[in-house]
Structures are given as C-alpha cells and as structure tokens.
Design a protein around this ligand. Sequence first.
Ligand SMILES: [Zn+2]
Length: 305
Amino acid sequence: MRLLPHIFSCCIFLILLSTCKNNTQVDIPDEPLEKIYRIPVVVHILHNGEETGTGPNLSKERIERQIEILNEDYRRKEGTPGYNEHPDGADARIEFVLAKTDPEGLPTNGITRTDISNVENPIENWSMNYLANYQYWNPADYLNIWLYPLDESTTDLVLGLATGPQTDLPGHELFGKGEPEYREGVFVNWIHFGESELSEVYNMGRTLTHEIGHYLGVLHPWSGGDCNENDFCSDTPAVDKPVTSCNAGTGCNGEPIMTNNFMNWTPDACMNIFTKEQVNRMHYVLENSPYRVSLLISPGLTSSN
Ligand SMILES: [Zn+2]
C-alpha cells in the first residue's frame, strides 16, 4: 500500500512543524470566569465494510466515551485521569459536543459511517483533502474528525494529525495549513481513538486531546526546536526536542520537564495538564480565528426540532 508512507511523511512533517515559546506576545483580555466554550464535532468513520462495532467501524459507545475523555481533559475534571493540582494547570473551559443537527438541518448523533472499500478517491496524496473527499461538513460549523481504516501494524506508530488555526499568535507559521486553502480538521488512527485494546501506550484517548490542542492553536513544548523559541508559553518549561518519556529528566534551564503535558508525545497514562498559557492561546483562537469563532454559534450545537 502506498498510503502508509504518505501518512508517515505527514507525521514527520508535523514533527518538524510542531511548536509554544516563552512569553506570549498577544494581549489576552480578561473573560468572565464562568464562560464555557462549546464546540460541535462530527466523527467521520471511514471503514472497509466491517460491521458496526467491529475493527475500524467503531461502536457508538466507544465514540461517546472518547468525547467524554476529551471533556474530562479539557475541563480538568476531578476524579478522572484528566485532573491535576499543578499550580500552572488550568481548566480550559472548553467542551465538545457530538453534533445534534447536520448541515441539512436534520437530526444526527454526530457520527457518520462510510464504507470506502469500493470508492475511488481522486486525491493523490494522503492528506486532510483526501479524507475530506469522503466526508466533510462545513468547517465553519463543525470540527471534522476523521477515522481511517489503517492496518493494525500501524499501532503506536501512526497517531494523529491536525490543521492549525488562522491566527497571529506567535509560532502560527508552524501549524499545518487549513481553510480556505486546504480542508481542515483532525485525523486520528482509529486504533488510538477512545480506549484501545490494541495499544498499550496510546490507549486512553489522549491522541484526540493532543491533536485538538493543535487545532486550537497550541504547539508542542519543543516545537521551535530551540531553547528560546519553542512553544511561546512561559509556564511550560523550555525543551528543544520531543518529549516521549514519562521520566524525561530536565529541560533547557535545568527545570524538570513537564512530562504530563497533553502536548508531549508521552504515553497517555502520564498526561493530565494544559497550562494557563496554553489555555490562553486556545481562548484567543476561539475568540478571533475564522473557522473557530463560528463553531461557538453553530446550528450543530442544538437539536433541530
Ligand atoms: Zn502533535
């Protein structure tokens, strides 16, 4: 199959691109503390004709549990693996809702299922454009998430991919480009979506938490690959190379690396924190970026009748 090398190149591309540096240069206005941002999502399951609940054609329960995990992580919910008591940790006050109304105004459960085994896809390179050619809802109204029927041999090797927002935040040039030039959203290897029985490392649904972090304007802590130019967040200790271990030691300035940050490549089990400055970037994007601001007033958020 020629698909896999393309996915790898996408991931490597993301590795090279992806970054948060010290000191955010954008003024973040004070907001009412109680404000909650709600984002409607649609999960497009692409499969090869498997029965629902079998292999890549994931069950509704697994999808719903993944959305629950996302909300535990973004709300720093007490009593869940997404909780932390770190002084720099923040409740992102962002919640994700499976779309209730589709682009035609009809009721939906926020999940589409498409058998692609006999569908020609004219897009040559595996990309967001390739995925969107199968299913794509208006990206101004929905966060599109795709699952693709990759082989089980990709377990722990291919995780996910995201396009970044249109923003003037520092480091914006490091994000994968989306609309209007390219189709945008988040791709996750179905194996790592929700709680997986295949992976022992990326098995708690944190791949989606991480990728949506990029979609909302947050970079890897090492993204610029430089101790001074990294993720543009002063409350994530500076690192200049990927953090992949729960015991990663010390960073650029001799401080302990924040190994439990969701934006690392550490195993799911040690992740539990977004920092205040990472959350400030997300809120700035949700208040200012095209294809993000409009999500908050999407018709997908409410039932159609
Ligand atoms: Zn990433």
